[in-house]
Design a protein around this ligand. Structure first.
Ligand code: GLA
Length: 384
């Protein structure tokens, strides 16, 4: 009964939150479902970024079938830039790292049936200049917004990650005004460019991001360990839902990285899917990673928005039940075990359901399951 009340409340809350909200100035028609792709940062960070890494990532997406599973955007994160702007003020690629230039790289990515993304910042410095010792100056877009947007469009960019990076303290900028400025500059290029903003949840972008961007980070950088995954999950529990064209972004996937075990990775991926989160991989995937990242039944939950992203329905000790409605009248459920021992769990969702375990890829009698330590079971409930 509790489950039904909670789900009803969640559905009602969603209908109140969406599609109204801040004025919908961003009408690029993109990100109808949560965007998916690859981003360089979690794989190679600043120091390892080269055009070869990006080409290899594009090749990997095609060869492994990830592209066909939905991973379409290939995004070059920070540290692609030359150390200064050109004489005419335009951005240029670092010639040692991208000897053939960005337009050629975008062409290559497009030739593989993929879309191409890049990284910039609203202030004067990128995060890697402040945090990773990237020895550049003056490569932020402050005062160059129109010029940079035109450069990106001319290169064939399809996605821009626009990352705050202390533009308030260093440059005295106002977030919403600065993000809107690049939104408008992108729009004026006439090229559809998915707009991803990042201010780490500092000013509750879930309250104003719709209309400004297609997705906004809700939290600080996700690290490749279980504590970071669970604390990030906690920060998604009480924020308003994203919706088509405007998604909450709990940061890029760390599947395949750091200390995450296979169970932890599956739990991480399950949770991002039930949250309708953008899915950006940042690893050279092992065979085991691919089993996780290419689980089409889980991806289908991520891509299905039926009024609200997932909510935490119940908590008991170290266990939590998360759920969300699916189109067609069903529900997706994640049984999340944060504890150090296996736990027997179930979800009490009243109704007659056909229950499918999305990791076992088979129908099961009911929602009762033994969930591994630091793990999750993901279920799909279809009206019986
Ligand atoms: C910030 C962002 C990361 C990444 C780096 C690049 O930390 O949150 O996702 O873009 O900057 O420097």
């Amino acid at each position: 009964m509790l489950g039904r009340i909670v789900l009803a409340a969640v559905t009602l809350a969603a209908s109140l939150i969406w599609p109204s909200g801040p004025s919908d100035d961003l009408r690029n028609g993109l990100a109808v479902t949560p965007p998916m792709g690859w981003n360089s940062w979690n794989q190679v960070g600043c120091d390892g970024l080269t055009e070869q890494v990006v080409r290899d990532a594009a090749d990997t997406l095609v060869r492994t079938g990830m592209r066909d599973a939905g991973y379409r955007y290939v995004v070059v994160d920070d540290c692609w830039q030359a150390l200064t702007r050109a004489a005419d003020g335009s951005l240029e690629p670092n010639p040692d790292r991208f000897p053939h230039g960005i337009a050629a790289l975008a062409d290559y990515v497009h030739s593989r049936g993929l879309l191409f993304g890049i990284y910039a910042v609203p202030g004067s410095g990128t995060c890697a200049m402040y945090n990773s010792g990237y020895p550049a100056t003056g490569i932020g877009s402050l005062g160059h917004e129109e010029q940079d947007a035109r450069t990106f469009a001319a290169w064939g960019v399809d996605f821009l990650k626009y990352d705050w990076c202390y533009a308030d303290t260093h440059d005295g900028l106002d977030e919403q005004a600065a993000f809107a400025k690049m939104r408008d500059a992108l729009e004026r290029t006439g090229r559809p460019i998915l707009y991803s903003i990042s201010e780490y949840g500092a000013q509750q972008p879930w309250n104003w991001g719709r209309g400004v961007a297609n997705m906004w980070r809700t939290t600080n950088d996700l690290s490749a360990n279980w504590d970071s995954v669970t604390s990030t999950i906690d920060q998604q529990a009480n924020i308003p839902t994203g919706s088509p064209g405007a998604w909450n972004d709990p940061d890029m996937l760390q599947v395949g990285n750091g200390t995450l075990t296979p169970d932890e990775s599956r739990a991480h991926f399950s949770m991002w899917a039930i949250l309708n989160a953008p899915l950006f991989v940042g690893t050279a995937p092992s065979t085991e990673d691919l089993v996780t990242l290419e689980n089409r039944e889980v991806i289908a939950v991520d891509q299905d928005f039926a009024g609200t992203q997932g909510k935490r329905l119940t908590t008991a000790g170290n266990t939590e039940v998360w759920g969300k409605p699916l189109s067609g009248g069903g529900y997706a459920v994640v049984l999340l075990n944060r504890g150090d021992a296996p736990a027997t769990m179930s979800a009490d969702i009243p109704g007659n359901w056909q229950v499918r375990d999305l990791w076992l890829h088979k129908d099961v009698p009911d929602t009762r399951a033994t969930v591994p330590a630091h793990g999750a079971v993901m279920l799909r409930l279809t009206p019986a």
